[in-house]
Write a protein that binds this ligand. Sequence first.
Ligand code: FAD
Length: 282
Amino acid sequence: MVDKTTSFRFERLDQTLTQLNNEDCMIIAGGTDVMVLHKNYRGLPARIGKPVVFIDHLNELKQVYIQGHDLHIGACCTYSELLENRFIPDTLKRAIKTIAAPAIRNRGTLGGNICNASPAGDTLPLLYVYNAQLLLRSVNGQRLVDISEFIQGPRRVQRLANELLVEIILPDVLDEGSRIIFEKIGNRNADAIAKVSFAGSLRLKKDRIVDARFAFGAVGPTIVRSSAIEQKLIGKSFPLDQKVMEEIIADFDSIIKPIDDQRSTAAYRKTVALNLLRYFLK
Ligand SMILES: Cc1cc2nc3c(=O)[nH]c(=O)nc-3n(C[C@H](O)[C@H](O)[C@H](O)COP(=O)(O)OP(=O)(O)OC[C@H]3O[C@@H](n4cnc5c(N)ncnc54)[C@H](O)[C@@H]3O)c2cc1C
C-alpha cells in the first residue's frame, strides 16, 4: 500500500503561515535533505508521515537586498541564485561552489542548510563568522535569533512548529577591511560532504587586531566557535607572536572534540582543523 501525503502549495506567505499554525506540517524548500531523510523503497514516494507545505516558490522568501550595512538573504534563495547575485560576498560564493553539484545547487536553499542543522553544512561556519541573524515569522509575528542559538544540535533547531525561517541577515557584512576565508576538506573539491571545514575572519587597525572570529564545521555536534578565545586576540599585534599563536591553537585543541565516522577519523579531523587555524593565523 502506498502512503498518501497531503501537500499544500499556497500562493502567498500569509496563507502558508496560517496552514503551519493550523496543523503540524513538514516544510519543504528544495527538498534535497527532506527527500533523502524520508526516502522509501525504490519506486515508492517518500514517507513523510505528515502533511507537506512547499515554500520554494514564495516570492517573499527569495529576495536579496541591502538595508544599511546589512545584507538580507531570503531563506528560499537557491545556491545557484545566490551564485549569480551581485550582493553575495565572494567568500560565501566560494563556499557555495563547494556544495554538491549543479543539480543540487539548483534546488538546495540557504534556509534549508540552516534548518537541517548538519554539523557538516557547508554554509554554516561562514554564517557563524558573519554573526548571522535569522528572521523567523509566524501568524503571531516575527523574531530575530542568532544562528548560534538557533542551531542546538544535529537536526535540532530552536524553531516553533508554526514558524518559518524567512531571512538570513548578515550584519555589517559590507564593511570593508576584514580578511575572511572559508576552507573545506573533503574527498574532492565539490560534490563531497566535509570532513572538516573552517571559516575565519580577522580585522586589523594599523597592525593591531580589532576583531577575530573562527568557526569549525564537522568537528562536533554543532559548529565550534568560542568568543572567549577570540577575545584573547583583540589588541594583539599582527603578524602574531609565535607564543600567542600557539596559545590560541592550544585553546581550540582543548574544545574541539570530533568523532570517528564513515567520512573520517577524530584524529585526522582535529589535526586538520588546527592546521587550518594555524594557516589562517599565519
Ligand atoms: C547529493 C547531495 C549532495 C549534497 N551535498 C551537500 C554539500 O556538499 N554540502 C552541504 O552543506 N549540503 C549538501 N547536501 C545537503 C542539502 O543539499 C543542503 O543542506 C541544502 O541546503 C538543503 O536545502 P533544501 O532547500 O533542499 O532543504 P529541504 O530539504 O527542503 O529542508 C531541509 C530542512 O529544513 C527545513 N526547512 C527548509 N527551509 C525552511 C524554512 N525556510 N523555514 C523553516 N524550515 C525550513 C525543512 O523542513 C527540513 O527540515 C547535499 C544533498 C544531496 C542530496
